[in-house]
Design a protein around this ligand. Structure first.
Ligand code: ZN
Length: 103
């Protein structure tokens, strides 16, 4: 039986659940669930996607409210969620694509 790989982050002894980069290459990184969530190449890209897509959705969904200055606390909460949704989708998609399949 093969030994289960562990997370590459120093001090983390958790089982690796994700592999980022090509197998066997110097850039390959194993990550546990916790460290995969904050793996910067993925997280940074998700932030960029959220800023772009969130701003487009903000203009579509709340543009008239902002332009007419009818911003309420509810609208502010919706604006926050408008950025959280594309961030979550982007991050989830990257994690799902890089998940290790244990047999
Ligand atoms: Zn870890």
């Amino acid at each position: 039986m093969a030994r289960q790989a562990t997370c590459d982050v120093r001090g983390s002894a958790r089982a690796a659940s994700y592999l980022f980069g090509a197998v066997g290459s110097d850039s390959a990184r194993m990550r546990c669930r916790l460290h995969a969530l904050v793996y910067w190449p993925v997280c940074g890209r998700a932030i960029k996607v959220a800023l772009l897509v969130g701003t487009i959705l903000l203009a579509i969904n709340q543009g008239d409210v902002i332009l007419t200055r009818h911003v309420t606390m509810l609208v502010v909460a919706k604006i926050g969620l408008t950025y959280v949704v594309p961030f979550s989708v982007s991050n989830y998609s990257a994690l799902a694509a890089n998940r290790l399949r244990h047999s």
